[in-house]
Design a protein. Structure first.
Length: 100
């Protein structure tokens, strides 16, 4: 099962997060994807001057963390769980990638 996780994207792994191991697999995939995106962005800076590669909206840590915090703002199709869980932690980190 772990080997399968090594080839999946964060988006593919997000729905499977339910415990410590699946959370770690998700975070590893997210980190790998950001590393790859950074390499692509360095090769083509003009192309990625507004949005980053692989759908990354926030390249620096401060912007990323502020976007993560948007997870706790209620939206029409999203409400954060009242009690923390592994899936919630993963969604929190994923928000940092996709929210501007």
């Amino acid at each position: 099962m772990l080997i399968r996780y090594l080839t999946m994207t964060p988006e593919q792994l997000l729905d499977d997060v339910h415990d410590r191991d699946t959370f770690i697999a998700f975070v590893r995939a997210l980190a790998r994807e950001r590393e790859t995106a950074e390499q692509v962005e360095r090769r083509e800076p003009a192309r990625y001057c507004i949005d980053g590669a692989d759908g990354w909206k926030n390249a620096d840590i401060a912007s990323y963390l502020y976007a993560c915090l948007d997870y706790f703002n209620e939206k029409p199709f999203h409400k954060a769980d009242a009690e923390p869980n592994w899936r919630m932690f993963a969604e929190f980190l994923y928000f940092g990638k996709i929210i501007e």
